[in-house]
Design a protein around this ligand. Structure first.
Ligand code: MN
Length: 424
């Protein structure tokens, strides 16, 4: 029988706090920056694992096809490009090395070289993102926005139930957790005014999303079928698609989002592999009225039961959880998104990110943006320090977390934590 790195019975000799996202069943991949440069790394408990240090001591020899030169690298792209047959084997080998009774447990010298406290290293952008696409795949989110800005009776536009709607975003301004962003300037049309004004965004918002990282290139003209799409997905990150609602509202007709979106998007540093998320697969919302076209029809469980939450941390430090949602609420799944994205022959490349779109659930407490939570600012949120929030203020941090729990095992993403600075 083949080794199962997801086995809930596996335990590690590394101490893993019960609320840690980085159990032995997770084994995510990221890039950390040390004094001697950038390293492909993994995580368990509060420890970052430097893969090159394991390789130098012979611990990754059994991984056929692993090119050690990919392990000292500013990005994961070269490592991911080795293919899932290699990266899955690395994850499996790490799982064995971290299990109770492994040879590594007894090798103090290698442990010293390969393990670093998570608090003492800087995690950097895990991939060089060539292209970034943002979808709009939560039915509750699209319905809420449609109710607010269009017709409550016909909240969904006629294409929405037939197409995973999306737009091409901006890759250059995707930043890793911990990178502060400035409030954007831009053009807005104030309510009742007859001419636009230029000024600081007044309606700065987050969007709770997850992003998948493409794990395999296609050639221009190729299509990825919905059935093979998982082979092309390396793993997932938390994704905060920052949005300037006032800039967005004025500019988006007729070509869609532009400067209201591309001033910044924030991602979590650890990519949790699709393999590690396998146990959290769950059913999707029914797609029978209408049924999608055949190229979007899929079989089996394609959604993932991942709890998501958003905290606002004001300068006072008294944080408030403003949203509890779940990735399973997505109407269009990642396989459908990728099949649709490439159905015209558009090529994708390793490191590309496709974000889900705001992940809202059915109730106000599960809405994934302040636009919805405060219902366009008509229902402000009370903060513990006595202040109120309709949107995000200067000095606020927005912290998103996500994790799955099953059979006593927690597999999570850590966090994406971003401070908003005043206009530059
Ligand atoms: Mn978005």
């Amino acid at each position: 029988m083949s080794y199962n790195a997801n086995d809930p019975r596996l335990t590690s000799w590394v101490e893993v706090p019960s609320d840690s996202d980085f159990s032995i069943q997770n084994i995510p991949f990221g890039i950390c920056k040390m004094n001697d440069g950038f390293h492909v790394s993994s995580a368990i408990g509060n420890q970052v694992i430097i893969l090159s240090a394991l390789a130098e001591n012979g611990y990754l020899k059994e991984v056929e096809g692993l090119d050690d030169s990919t392990l000292k690298n500013e990005f994961l792209n070269d490592f991911i490009s080795l293919g899932k047959s290699v990266t899955s084997k690395v994850r499996e080998t790490l799982s064995k090395l971290l299990s109770v009774g492994s040879s590594l447990e007894q090798d103090a010298a290698t442990r010293k070289a390969a393990f670093v406290n998570m608090e003492s290293v800087e995690m950097t952008m895990p991939v060089r993102v060539g292209d970034y696409t943002d979808f709009y795949s939560s039915r509750d989110h699209a319905t809420n926005v449609g109710k607010m800005f269009r017709d409550p009776e016909n909240a969904l536009l006629p294409n929405w139930l037939h197409i995973p709607v999306g737009y091409h975003g901006r890759a250059s301004s995707i930043v890793v957790s911990g990178t502060p962003l400035h409030r954007p300037m831009g053009q807005q049309m104030p309510a009742g005014a007859d001419a636009p004004v230029y000024g600081a965004c007044k309606l700065l918002d987050f969007e709770l999303e997850m992003g998948f990282v493409v794990g395999k290139d296609t050639k221009l003209g190729d299509r990825i079928s919905v059935h093979e799409a998982e082979d092309y997905i390396f793993g997932l990150v938390l994704f905060n698609d920052w949005s300037a609602r006032d800039i967005q509202k004025w500019e988006y007709v007729p070509l869609g989002p532009f400067l209201g979106k591309n001033f910044g998007s924030s991602i979590s540093p650890w990519i949790v592999t699709l393999e590690a998320l396998e146990p959290f697969k769950t059913t999707s919302p029914a797609q029978d009225a209408p049924r999608p076209l055949p190229y979007l029809q899929f079989e089996g469980d394609k959604n993932y039961d991942i709890d998501l939450e958003v905290d606002i941390v004001p300068p006072s430090g008294e944080s408030k959880t403003v949203c509890r949602s779940n990735f399973k609420f997505m109407y269009w799944n990642m396989c459908q998104q990728l099949a649709h994205h490439t159905v015209n022959g558009c090529d994708v490349n390793v490191g590309d990110i496709c974000a889900s779109g705001t992940i809202s659930g059915p109730e106000r407490g599960s809405f994934g943006s302040m636009l919805e939570i405060s219902w366009r600012g008509t229902m402000p949120v009370d903060m513990p320090d006595g202040s109120v929030r309709k949107f995000i203020q200067d000095g606020d941090r927005v912290v998103m977390r996500g994790f799955g729990t099953k059979d006593g095992v927690r597999v999570g993403f850590g966090k994406v934590d971003t401070e908003i600075l005043p206009v530059k």
